[in-house]
Write a protein that binds this ligand. Structure first.
Ligand SMILES: Nc1ncnc2c1ncn2[C@@H]1O[C@H](COP(=O)(O)OP(=O)(O)OP(=O)(O)O)[C@@H](O)[C@H]1O
Ligand SMILES: [Mg+2]
Length: 509
């Protein structure tokens, strides 16, 4: 069986196609009434607990060291956790545990083996972050058919379910930890991405924190004291904040009043929706700016958009529809929520059929085209001015796969090596993301102005590849590409061993 996996910041889901090609979510083996797994992991000695069982365990032991939001650390190289045996656990190794648990759920529910998967990523994930997801899958022994972007997967599902065609569609995807804006075109042959943009660290986590700080303020006003945040209190505060936030999304709710138990003291909170919206206003405005910029990058005005689709749990907050419907405001333009917490996984299962050539058999439109999320360039030093310059080889929002080449030359007769920095960047005014360092050489017969042709490719999965050729012979030159995020600690084999030695437990405590 091929599956689609939505590896989410807060919740992860797995879906497959039934015999008629209809995508279905697979239930959590530990809580069969739920079709998602909290992205939470507790690592013990040679065993780990993943998902809803972690929350059950926290009821009894609130100070357990639980790892959440590991998706936010993809693309970085610091361990998230050191276990009792001094083993470092990297973001991708923790992610691998969630993927293994989802695989287990799928296999025990269907009785079939998971052969391969499509895994979703935020649209604006860079090369490092995408490689982390591939590493996590590799560690979990899940062959990856491809990566697909979360808003694109959701749009694919929407397009197929509704038979929607010739639509210029904007997807506003605000989840638990990330925001993506994507402009796509849907037609009878498939899905074509035209532009994308996003914010890595913006989602439900920030909105929960906004409610938490309102609660803490009210506590201080009422008692004259700061609330002491023990592990148990912090856990209760996080849970109750999320509950209040979700309640405030009910159209009829303009405030939530509740007595909450924080530690040993019961305390009444009163949160007005308008105060909450004021507290998160700057963040919401940021998402709107990014969406408008994305529409502009696709070459459209707001009036050209046929439909605006909301996905991701946080897009259910009423303020978002209110704000966006002032911008996408013609009665001919549709604005709607589409399965906000399920569409990504369902779309990923559909994309798995597209990638494995099974689309025809299920009447799924076969075509799919993504775009580059960043400019990709080579950093050079201008010898006259000594300043750092960027040669842009691939521009943002170009159809994938994208490829380009440029020739560089040695500068002196004895030069046997050329070292180039490959970078990725949203715009020249934003920080450069170092992709890696390409060291070319030794060049066998060096001479002044010895030419080396560099090819840079952004694959369908959004991964960057570089290659150096001798343009005179067309033969590859000896080279080494050192990926920036792999230069420190992460050692694939030892992490693989760690995963192999860790039993995912089905029992709480
Ligand atoms: N009705 C609601 N109103 C506001 N927020 C909600 C609502 N329902 C769920 N959420 C929030 O949505 C988030 C989960 O959404 P979702 O499952 O789409 O995110 P995710 O996939 O975990 O994260 P990401 O896609 O950013 O990696 C949580 O923060 C949750 O509190
Ligand atoms: Mg998501």
């Amino acid at each position: 069986m091929k599956v689609g996996i939505d590896l989410g910041t807060t919740y992860s889901l797995i879906a497959h196609l039934d015999a008629n090609g209809k995508p279905l979510l697979i239930p959590d083996n530990n809580a069969p009434e739920f079709f998602s797994t909290p992205s939470a992991v507790y690592i013990n000695d040679r065993s780990a607990v993943v998902g809803s069982l972690v929350d059950t365990m926290l009821e009894q032991k609130p100070d357990l060291p639980v790892i959440r939001f590991f998706k936010r650390s993809f693309g970085t190289d610091k361990p998230l956790f050191i276990d009792r045996n001094s083993n470092p656990w990297y973001p991708e190794t923790v992610g691998a545990l969630v993927l293994k648990k989802l695989k287990f759920d799928a296999e025990s529910y269907t009785g079939e083996q998971v052969e391969s998967a499509v895994i979703t990523v935020p649209a604006h994930f860079n090369d490092h972050q995408r490689k982390s997801v591939l590493n996590a899958a590799h560690l979990a022994d899940i062959p990856v058919l491809g990566l697909v972007e979360e808003p694109v997967a959701a749009a694919l599902h929407y397009g197929i379910v509704n038979n929607s065609i010739d639509n210029v569609l904007v997807v506003y995807d605000l989840g638990g930890g990330t925001f993506d804006a994507t402009v796509l075109c849907l037609n009878e042959t498939g899905v074509y991405v035209l532009a994308k943009d996003g914010i890595t660290e913006l989602g439900g986590k920030e909105f929960d924190e906004a409610i938490s700080s309102m609660i803490l303020d009210q506590y201080k006003k009422a008692t004259g004291m700061d609330l002491e945040l023990s592990a148990a209190v912090a856990l209760q505060l996080r849970r109750v904040s999320e509950e209040i936030k979700i309640e405030l999304s009910f159209p009829s709710k303009t405030f939530v009043k509740k007595t909450i138990l924080l530690g040993s003291s019961a305390f009444e909170v009163l949160i007005y929706r308008r105060d909450f919206e004021l507290a998160i206003r700057r963040m919401i405005e940021q998402t709107i700016e990014v969406t408008l910029h994305c529409i502009d990058s696709a070459g459209f005005r707001e009036t050209d958009i046929n439909a605006l689709m909301f996905v991701g749990g946080s897009s259910m907050m009423p303020v978002i529809k209110e704000r966006m419907s002032k911008i996408i405001s013609s009665p001919k333009q549709k604005i709607f929520l589409h399965e906000p917490m399920k569409a990504v996984a369902l779309g990923a299962a559909l994309h798995a059929a597209q990638l494995s050539g099974e689309a025809g058999q299920y009447n799924i439109p076969p075509e799919f085209r993504g775009v580059t999320g960043y400019n990709i360039g080579i950093q050079t030093i201008n010898l006259q001015t000594k300043s750092v310059e960027i040669d842009c080889l691939i521009k943002k929002n170009m159809p994938l796969p994208a490829q380009n080449k440029r020739t560089y030359f040695t500068t002196n007769v004895n030069q046997t090596r050329i070292v180039l920095q490959v970078v990725q960047y949203a715009s020249l005014s934003e920080p450069m993301i170092e992709v890696g360092e390409l060291t070319i050489g030794p060049i066998q017969n060096p001479s002044v102005n010895y030419p080396v042709e560099i090819t840079v490719e952004n694959t369908i999965d959004g991964i960057i590849k570089v290659n150096a050729f001798d343009p005179n012979t067309g033969v590859e030159i000896q080279q080494k590409f050192t990926h920036s995020s792999q230069t420190l600690g992460f050692n694939f084999l030892s992490q693989k061993q760690l995963i192999a030695n860790t039993q995912i437990s089905n029992f709480a405590l």
